[in-house]
Design a protein around this ligand. Sequence first.
Ligand code: FMN
Length: 181
Amino acid sequence: MNVLIAYHSDYGNTQKMASAIAAGINVSQSGAQIVLKSAAETGLDDLIHADIILFGTSVHMGSMAWPMKKLIDQAGKLWMDGSLEGKVGGVFATGGGFGGAGGGVEQTMISLYSNFLEHGMIVIGFPKSLPGYADGGLQWGPYGRTGNHEGMPSGISDTALAAARSYGAHLSETAARIIAD
Ligand SMILES: Cc1cc2nc3c(=O)[nH]c(=O)nc-3n(C[C@H](O)[C@H](O)[C@H](O)COP(=O)(O)O)c2cc1C
């Protein structure tokens, strides 16, 4: 099983979530080949080669960071020939978190899913029964709040990283069943 985790991270928080998801996949699927790349480094061949694609981004001004959007727009070429159809997708995000969940995190994650569905991919959310959901989960996927109540950076919490690991395990286990069928 080939897994691509493509993310945008300026200050390392989203990158830590990407690594935690990879750790969760490793625990559940020991033979998985996992590629972790920044969105800027990710090429269309990386997308084509993957069975599972995860996109993660920090929230920028209420939506995804532009390098992630650039990758999505470049991958529009793949929509033409349907080469991502049937692949399994998942998403994750971090945000400063004003207002509790953060300004725009849900829209950001839904927007990533919207693109996956446009390509004909199968998407897998984050069920509330899973470990970590209560502290670091949204139904769309794991989310890390990285700002305090003064709007200052406070780093990503261990609970958010635990949710990310849990999601990685769930996504890869579910994908393995789908791919096997
Ligand atoms: C240009 C910019 C815009 C941002 N806009 C938002 C926002 O709209 N909502 C939010 O919750 N956080 C916002 N943030 C905060 C980041 O999403 C947050 O600090 C994130 O965890 C950074 O992730 P990183 O360490 O992976 O770069 C913004 C940060 C930057 C740099």
